[in-house]
Design a protein around this ligand. Structure first.
Ligand code: SF4
Ligand code: SF4
Length: 241
């Protein structure tokens, strides 16, 4: 985002809306620190500027800067997934494609949050740990997948180092008997992550709407706390049969 200094009257109304404090005063006018800006669009979307001095950065859709917007602006449509959001359409639901089978679990690693974003180097720490542990079941349509230069090492494309986003999701899908291995791998790398993150474990429910006990047993025996969460598409993603 940029602020047109010729127009800005220095009222400061836009400052509180920036989750990264990228907007600051310089000689009584506001400016955006381009390194700190995640291109989340919040300052523009709230329409608080009395003189319309806030404008989109002219090269916002140029790679790799465009990734800031795709991962940080909830209104942006990701060029790869063609949907809004950081993951695939079914990263937290399963009723449209049924892609997570009864003997499988989906694992979504959500890194960063609004106000606590992160450098993409943190994603690389996880993709490298995943590769070292032989966990190759990363969701191919997940945006992170196309950012990996070498699947055997988990290295991201070098031009992405230094890019910052508010948050990103790595999606993995494994057989249930591999869940413990994945959780241990993530726990090991967790200490090196310079941001917040949480884990989603996605599974089909059993009759009676019960979470499979074998999945809970693994989570609890790894000393992780869990809380049940349901998210469904109301069947709107699938045609009537
Ligand atoms: S686009 Fe977002 S991060 Fe950038 S200046 Fe505006 S509010 Fe701050
Ligand atoms: S709201 Fe507009 S006029 Fe006020 S400081 Fe921000 S950019 Fe400048």
């Amino acid at each position: 985002m940029i602020i047109n200094r010729e127009i800005c009257v220095g009222c400061g109304r836009c400052h509180p809306y920036c989750p990264t404090r990228a907007i600051h005063f310089e000689n009584l006018k506001s400016v955006v620190d381009q390194d700190a800006c995640y291109e989340c669009g919040c300052c523009l979307r709230v329409e608080v500027c009395p003189v319309d001095a806030i404008e989109e950065y002219p090269h916002i859709y140029e790679y790799p800067r465009a990734l800031r917007k795709y991962f940080s602006d909830p209104n942006a449509t990701h060029a790869l997934t063609e949907i809004q959001g950081r993951g695939t359409e079914e990263s937290k639901t399963n009723d449209a494609t049924n892609r997570c089978g009864p003997d499988e679990v989906g694992i979504a690693i959500e890194v960063g949050r609004p106000t606590i974003g992160m450098d993409l180097e943190n994603i690389q720490k996880i993709t490298r740990a995943r590769a070292r542990a032989g966990i190759n079941e990363i969701e191919p349509n997940n945006p992170i997948c196309s950012m990996i230069r070498d699947q055997t090492t988990g290295d991201l494309k070098p031009e992405l180092m230094g890019e910052r986003v508010l948050s990103a999701i790595i999606e993995i899908q494994v057989k249930r008997d591999r869940l413990r291995h994945v959780l241990r791998t993530i726990k090991k790398v967790a200490r090196k992550i310079d941001s917040v993150f949480c884990l989603d474990v996605i599974t089909q429910l059993e009759p009676g709407l019960k979470v499979p006990q074998e999945v809970l047993d693994v989570i609890e025996s790894e000393e992780l706390s869990w809380r049940p969460n349901a998210k469904i598409n109301m069947g709107l993603g699938r045609a009537w049969e």
